[in-house]
Design a protein around this ligand. Structure first.
Ligand SMILES: [Ca+2]
Ligand SMILES: [Ca+2]
Ligand SMILES: [Ca+2]
Ligand SMILES: [Ca+2]
Length: 261
């Protein structure tokens, strides 16, 4: 005879045994299971530091910024046609869908021909950049100048947009890094991204590659360059996205310093 408590115990057992299969969500190809191959975004040391002056008289600290993917899977962003920023105009933006690839063969390494299923998630917005003449993923980086003594941000350039693409290949030894560039489009309907081991550089001469330091006193500061500052993108390590570089602003320009911030 089954007691009341025995029946409850059986029910719990059934629920417990049923949980694993029902907990496996379907991927975009209908398959289930497999571990996610997450990207890992990191910022490399800024280069090409220099001081510039705009026609309007602003003092601009310029530099080249490089963002790399050292994770197990690519950063991949797919545009979806809709009014992402809610301004009523569906033509000036796209929703950016991050695709997290699944390790179908369980080897921990991403191979495009094998690991085809993905989990899509809404990550942010693409917007057309009039200054650059192409489409950007909004808010992919920010640049801050920090006072060494107080730790306060004295000047910044927030919400810097990027067209994510395979520009440089600084880490070809990362497992799964392809030999050739894959992501290279910056059009309205381009799938943007960074392959494993690849990086994207925005050079110092590109419009917007600066911090406006008009009125900032000369002296020593920490230049902090951060990728994915609003954490729009899912990745394997959220703690290594910033690079800190001590610099000195002088009457004649800017000098990188060897001392840590
Ligand atoms: Ca990271
Ligand atoms: Ca819009
Ligand atoms: Ca694999
Ligand atoms: Ca992130």
């Amino acid at each position: 005879m089954t007691s009341r408590f025995g029946a409850v115990a059986s029910l719990v057992l059934v629920v417990t045994m049923a949980a694993p299969s029902s907990a496996l969500a379907r991927h975009d190809d209908g398959s289930r299971g497999g571990a996610p191959l997450l990207p890992n975004i990191t910022t490399l040391q800024p280069t090409g530091l220099r001081m510039d002056h705009s026609n309007a008289g602003a003092r601009l600290l310029r530099f080249s910024n490089t963002i790399a993917n050292v994770g197990a899977g690519p950063i991949e962003l797919q545009p979806r046609k809709e009014d992402c920023n809610g301004d009523g105009n569906p033509a000036n933006d796209r929703t950016a869908i991050q695709r997290i690839y699944i390790d179908a063969d369980g080897d921990g390494v991403y191979r495009r021909s094998v690991d085809r299923a993905a989990d899509p998630r809404v990550a942010g917005c693409f917007e057309f950049s009039v200054a650059h003449g192409h489409w950007h993923f909004h808010d992919f980086a920010d640049y801050q100048l920090v006072d060494l003594t107080s730790g306060l941000v004295v000047a910044s350039n927030d919400k810097v947009g990027f067209c994510l693409s395979d520009t440089l290949h600084p880490y070809p030894g990362v497992p799964g890094s392809p030999r050739h560039r894959y992501y290279r489009g910056c059009r309205r309907n381009s799938v943007q991204g960074q392959s494993v081991g690849f990086a994207d550089i925005y050079d110092w001469y590109v419009y917007g590659q600066w911090i406006d330091v008009t009125g900032t006193p000369n002296g020593d500061y920490c230049l902090v360059t951060t990728a994915d500052p609003a954490n729009q993108l899912l990745e394997s390590d959220e703690t290594d996205n910033a690079y800190s570089q001590q610099i000195r602003l002088t009457a004649s320009g800017v000098v990188p310093r060897a001392d840590p911030c």
